[in-house]
Design a protein around this ligand. Structure first.
Ligand code: TMP
Length: 225
């Protein structure tokens, strides 16, 4: 493995996007490509720790249809607080980079824009959960909700009935349209941190665009030549 060129804190990268954008596939592929070049940890939210994975099961369980938006926001934040303290901050402090599938932007998009909780409230709660940590780069894989949900609920490209999938995937198209708009708004507000890639493009093209964005950051921060 090539030793890191920069000593000190690792870089924190996140991958976001609406349902069916291909986040997991692309995060895994980025991780496989980059881990031979730099010390890197791959994690996901909700989850990434034993407690977080238990919270994830509760959050996605369709039996909890009556979950209040506030309860939902706090459970996502609880999983995040554990992940930040147990995995992300120690890794960054040791000079390891972290690639996380989802982070606070997902709570702002889903619980803020999607559920209608005040965005400022979601931000405040998450200041506690993250101890103020912010990503150095956020890769937003954008996808039109109709196409994304088709992919998420059924086999790639095949039509699938609405209402299928986990508790959040089961929300209606209007919810997912607000979530997508929330992500795009966040990207517009912080163009220095976000890179938006069209998730409807062929997979290899999406991968190349994501990789290029990470490599640019690595160069800018002295992690590669
Ligand atoms: P995943 O599909 O990325 O594995 O995430 C599980 C679901 O949780 C997905 O529907 C997005 C949703 N989610 C939120 O609503 N808020 C959050 O803060 C996070 C991290 C995920």
């Amino acid at each position: 493995m090539t030793p890191p060129l920069a000593a000190g804190r690792g870089l924190f990268l996140t991958v976001e996007g609406p349902e069916g954008a291909g986040k997991s596939t692309h995060a895994r592929r980025l991780y496989e490509t980059l881990r031979v070049e730099l010390p890197l940890v791959l994690t996901r939210e909700p989850g990434g720790t034993p407690l977080g994975e238990a919270i994830r099961a509760v959050l996605l369980d369709e039996r909890h249809r009556g979950m209040r938006p506030e309860a939902e926001m706090l459970l996502f934040a609880a999983s995040r607080a554990q992940l930040v303290a147990e995995v992300i901050l120690p890794a960054l402090a040791a000079g390891t980079c972290v690639l996380s599938e989802r982070f606070v932007d997902a709570s702002i998009a889903y619980q803020g824009y999607g559920r209608g909780l005040p965005v400022e409230l979601v931000r405040r709660v998450n200041e506690v959960a993250t101890q103020g940590l912010r990503p150095d780069l956020t890769l937003l894989i954008d996808i039109e909700p109709h196409l994304g949900l088709q992919r998420a609920r059924g086999a790639d490209g095949k039509d699938a009935p609405a209402g299928r999938g986990d508790r959040l995937e089961q929300e209606d198209g209007a919810f997912h349209a607000r979530v997508r708009e929330g992500f795009l708004e966040l990207a517009r507000e912080d163009p220095g941190r976000f890179v938006v890639v069209n998730g409807a493009l062929p997979r290899d093209d999406v991968h190349r665009a994501l990789l290029e964005a990470v490599r640019r950051l690595l160069r800018d921060r002295g992690w590669s030549r």
